[in-house]
Each structure stands twice: as structure tokens, then as C-alpha cells.
Design a protein around this ligand. Structure first.
Ligand SMILES: N[C@@H](CCC(=O)N[C@@H](CS)C(=O)NCC(=O)O)C(=O)O
Length: 329
């Protein structure tokens, strides 16, 4: 684990001393938007028009944030429009590295050895964490955006003129409600598992682990009344929750000590997870080998031996029975 300081790689871990044992995630720094006509989006500068073949995604199959972007690429039919390189699952002293084989593709654009080289190409003086996903512009040779929440919003609509997909996962009428639910799920579930897992004091761990399950209990009840979080309509909020649920029993229960309950133990969340997993196109974005290998081997402060557990036996292909659920009013 490490980061770039003024364009130079430094191998330093997360410092939780100043935060009393709490893990704090840094904000992403590249915040431009691809738009249909190339005008600037909500943040950053313009010049990034939606064009076939122009953009590239750097992802890890292990990472829940990068996973969101792969799901949107698939569901919005962008496979032939936005290309992808997949990093090696192990994140060690050089951060994310490119290797070829077993699901990792190498860097298709520059043959780089590490992801930090890509960040330095975009900004020779970059200081900060070197994270996936990265949305890269081949035309201007820079990073458009490295914030998954924004990349999925671009994928949701910017390329609609180039595909025959007009599925809208962020419909106008639900935006405020989606944003409000996202904020809770981000803080207590998506990022909550990291806050519990990387806590270095008992207090910080307990505070965060309890919140995770308060939210999961609330969501389980909600999903007893409707098939998806917002009635019978799949939205961005479902996909943002999904990438954490898909890793939960395999990794977060053990590795991050989020073990009050498993997703399998929940009456509604368990079927909901399988329902989303079985949505056409989605299961091929889920790679549990990369997921387990990444977490258990990369975070040596919490798993010093790097040994990867064999279980749990999971079968996300089982029937989910959720199609019959009446949509919430
Ligand atoms: N807010 C970012 C977070 C991305 C992120 O933290 N990715 C992790 C992998 S799951 C990463 O690359 N971490 C490397 C590091 O922090 O050094 C997003 O959602 O895109």
C-alpha cells in the first residue's frame, strides 16, 4: 500500500493515529465529466464528448467501487464503446499492478507495470492515493474522472445517443430519494465495512460495525415490501448496494469482522442479492477469486499470513423467488 507525493511513489500505509483509530477515505481528485455534447458536467472542465472508442476504464475486479462501473458498462451496453484493463488482484508495495493472466489483463494502452504510472501520466505532480476505478481519455491522454459515483452517472446517460440503451437508473422523479438513500448506504454499508475492518481501536470498530447492521436490518425490512429498493424499478441505489452485498459473506464477515449476521441470514436481503446477481449481464462482472485474493492477501495489517479462507460455500445461482413481490406503492 502506498501513495504518490508530487508524482513520486511512496510506500506508506493508512495512518489512523490522528483519527483515534478511525479509517478516513480521501476524496477523489479527477472530477471531469463525459457529456453527450462535450460541455462541462457538474464539476471540472468540458472537452470530454461521448465518443465510441475514446475512453478506457482501469478497474480491479476485487474493488466494490470499480465494480459499479463495470456493471453500468455492461447494463448500458457500453462493452464496445468503452474498453477496459483489469489490474492484478494483489495490491502490495507498488499499489495496483498490471499482470496478465487469471482474469488480469495487463495495461492495454501503454503496457504500464503499475497504476501509479497512469496517474503520473495524467499529472506528473499528482499527490494522493492511486485508486481504481480510473476513467481514461485516450484522445487527450489524461484521467477524466476517478470517482465511481460520478462515472456511473456518466455511463447512465452520456452515451445514450450511441447505444440502443435508454434504461435510466437515475430517473428524475426519484433523484432526491435515491441520493438520500445512497448517503446512508455509502456511510454505513459501502464505506462502513471499511471503517469497521480498518479500525485500529475497539471503540472505532464497534461503533461502525453496529451501524452496518442497523442499516442492513432497515434495508431487509424495506425489501420485504418491494422487489428493489425503489419498488419494481431497478435504480443506481440497488447497484451501489449490490457490490457490497456481493462481497459481504465471502470477505467482510471474516476479514473485516462484520459478523453480527451474514447476508444469508437475512430473509429478504439474501434473495435480493441473488436477484441482482442473476440480472442478465451482472454475474459476469463478479469474480469472487479476485475479491478474496485481493482482500486477504493485500491487507497484511489485518491478515498478516495472507492465507485465504476456502469457504464459505455460496450459491448465488439459487432461485430467489422475488419476481412475485408486489411493488411498493
Ligand atoms: N471514492 C472512490 C474510492 C475508490 C477506492 O478507494 N478504491 C480502492 C480499491 S477498492 C483503491 O484503489 N485503493 C487504493 C488505495 O487507497 O491506495 C470511488 O468510489 O471511486
Amino acid at each position: 500500500m502506498g501513495m504518490l507525493v508530487d508524482g513520486v511513489w511512496q510506500n506508506v500505509g493508512y495512518d489512523t493515529k490522528e483519527t483515534k483509530g478511525h479509517f478516513k477515505r480521501a476524496a477523489s481528485q479527477f472530477r471531469n465529466w463525459i457529456t453527450a455534447n462535450g460541455e462541462a458536467g457538474p464539476t471540472g472542465s468540458g472537452g470530454f464528448k461521448a465518443e465510441a472508442g475514446r475512453y478506457h476504464l482501469y478497474v480491479s475486479l476485487a474493488c466494490p467501487w470499480a465494480h459499479r462501473t463495470l456493471i453500468f458498462r455492461k447494463l448500458k451496453k457500453l462493452d464496445d464503446i468503452v474498453s477496459v484493463s483489469v489490474v492484478d488482484p494483489l495490491m502490495a508495495e507498488n499499489g495496483w499492478e498490471f499482470k496478465v493472466g487469471d482474469g488480469a489483463t495487463g495495461d492495454h494502452l501503454y503496457g504500464a507495470r503499475t497504476l501509479f504510472e497512469i496517474y503520473v501520466k495524467a499529472d506528473p505532480h499528482y499527490s494522493g492515493r492511486v485508486t481504481v476505478p480510473v476513467l481514461w481519455d485516450k484522445k487527450t491522454g489524461t484521467i477524466v474522472n476517478n470517482e465511481s459515483a460520478e462515472i456511473i452517472r456518466m455511463f447512465n446517460s452520456a452515451f445514450d445517443g450511441l447505444t440502443d440503451s435508454n434504461t435510466d437508473f437515475y430517473p428524475d422523479a426519484l433523484r432526491a430519494d435515491i441520493d438520500a438513500l445512497n448517503a446512508i448506504v455509502y456511510d454505513t454499508v459501502n464505506n462502513g465495512v471499511y471503517k469497521a475492518g480498518f479500525a485500529t481501536t475497539q471503540e472505532a470498530y464497534e461503533e461502525n460495525v453496529v451501524k452496518i447492521f442497523e442499516t442492513l436490518d432497515m434495508l431487509d425490512e424495506r425489501l420485504g415490501k418491494s422487489r428493489y429498493l425503489f419498488g419494481d424499478r431497478l435504480t443506481e441505489a440497488d447497484w451501489r448496494l449490490f457490490t457490497t452485498l456481493a462481497r459481504f459473506d465471502a470477505v467482510y464477515v471474516g476479514h473485516f469482522k462484520c459478523n453480527i449476521r451474514r447476508i444469508e441470514d437475512y430473509k429478504n436481503l439474501s434473495g435480493y442479492l441473488r436477484d441482482l446477481y442473476q440480472t442478465p449481464g451482472v454475474k459476469e462482472t463478479v469474480n469472487l477469486r479476485h475479491i478474496k485474493e485481493h482482500y486477504y492477501r493485500s491487507h497484511r495489517t489485518i491478515n498478516p499470513t495472507g492465507v485465504i479462507p476456502v469457504g464459505p460455500a455460496l450459491d448465488l445461482d439459487r432461485l430467489h423467488g422475488r419476481a412475485k413481490l408486489a411493488a411498493a406503492a
